[in-house]
Design a protein around this ligand. Structure first.
Ligand code: GLU
Length: 379
């Protein structure tokens, strides 16, 4: 059977195709001259099924979408305490390239702004690492996340370096506060190479889905990150992923997300989906205009807003029947705290007879730790 999903995705692209609002990034020729009409949408489920429409296989530079993944790599390599020493967790409300640090402790406020991302980049592969070794480690992780060998757009990278005065000032500022130790030029080179890695919209959907599974790449099935690392990364994406548009984004779309200046945009639905779009024209916050529109529509039509309380959930107890001397309790659905509470409440009000109790969990889709513990202890 052919699932109707590709047609649905193509239909969504057709609805935004004629919108030419916004402007491509123009601070370097490579981004300014990129085809602004490119348009792509891809989804990857946590089971590893990938669907895409439009220019899903066209490569572009990952740019700031690398930030959450390299933050995850730092958390994985060094642990949260060491990472917290150089970067905070609070939304900044400022532009991505703001020259700002936290007034109290001089750390960049979060890892999604450039100051935070440059500080995090410097943590990879140890303080004494060469730029090449550090970037290779980064490229290796991003390649594993994508499930294919990714390359670096050297020309674009060189161009970025020639106009990197702002990021160089940030690196000098970080160095003067002892947050980074490398030469400012090397720190910016390492970060810019990270941003210049080439990906497709399909790659990004799979990478995003790896955060959704809690760290297992759903296509290759390789475990790349721990679930704690993914949870924290998604938390930072939800509060700071869309720069100074983060609050509006969470209210309207409600999906942890990250955008990049080349026009890419990812969103991650924990436990469900990785989503990615590509369209180069950006709004005043630096987010892809058509990408934002696509996400707004997907969120509304597919019911993806994380804060929505209108989920259809089945009661935890499907039936309670008597079979000879046994009472058979059939459970169903997802057994989390709320479902387990409901099950115990239901069992408490039921007169259970016979000498044996059988619990049938064949229709349970998943237990979380708390749900399992409550049902076990309750019994
Ligand atoms: N390389 C870009 C910069 O640091 C990335 C910015 C972005 O994608 O938002 O200026």
């Amino acid at each position: 059977m052919q699932p109707p999903i590709p047609d649905y995705l193509a239909d969504i692209l057709d609805h935004v195709r004629d919108d030419d609002g916004g402007q491509s990034a123009d601070y370097i020729p490579e981004l300014r001259d990129a085809d602004p009409d490119r348009l792509a949408l891809a989804l990857c489920t946590t089971s590893g099924h990938v669907y895409s429409a439009g220019d899903g296989d066209v490569e572009f530079t990952i740019q700031s979408i690398s930030k959450p993944f390299i933050y995850a790599l730092a958390l994985q390599e060094l642990g949260a305490d060491a990472v917290d020493e150089v970067v905070g967790l609070e939304p900044s409300g400022e532009a991505f390239n703001e020259l700002s640090l936290d007034d109290n402790d001089n750390r960049p406020v979060n890892p999604m702004i450039n100051a935070g991302a440059i500080a995090v980049n410097q943590l990879i592969n140890g303080e004494d690492s060469s730029v090449d070794d550090r970037v290779e480690k980064i490229r290796d992780l991003l390649s594993r996340l994508a499930g294919r060998d990714l390359s670096i757009d050297e020309e674009l990278c060189n161009s970025e370096i020639l106009s990197a005065d702002r990021n160089l000032s940030i690196a000098h500022m970080l160095r003067s506060h002892g947050i980074i130790h490398d030469e400012a030029h090397d720190a910016v080179l390492s970060y810019t190479r990270q941003c210049s890695i080439l990906v497709t919209t399909r790659d990004l959907a799979v990478m995003s889905a790896t955060l959704a599974t809690g760290g297992v790449q759903p296509v290759t099935e390789e475990r790349l990150l721990t679930s704690e690392v993914c949870r924290r990364t998604l938390a930072v994406m939800s509060s700071s992923g869309m720069y100074d548009g983060a609050g509006r984004w969470m209210a309207g779309v409600g999906i942890p997300a990250k955008s990049g200046v080349a026009g890419g945009l990812i969103g991650t639905l924990p436990g469900q989906l990785g989503i990615a779009t590509f369209s180069p024209r950006l709004d005043s916050s630096g987010n892809s205009v058509r990408g934002v529109k696509i996400f707004e529509r997907l969120s509304r039509e597919m019911g993806l807003h994380l804060m929505a309380a209108d989920h259809h959930s089945v009661p935890g107890v499907r039936s309670i029947t008597r079979d000879g001397d046994s009472t058979v309790i059939r459970l169903q659905g997802t057994i989390n705290f709320t479902a387990a509470e409901n099950i115990l409440h239901e069992l408490g009000s039921h007169k259970l007879g016979g000498s044996e109790l059988l619990l049938d969990v064949s229709r349970v889709t998943s237990f979380n730790r708390m749900g399992r513990r409550m049902v076990k202890e309750g019994l």
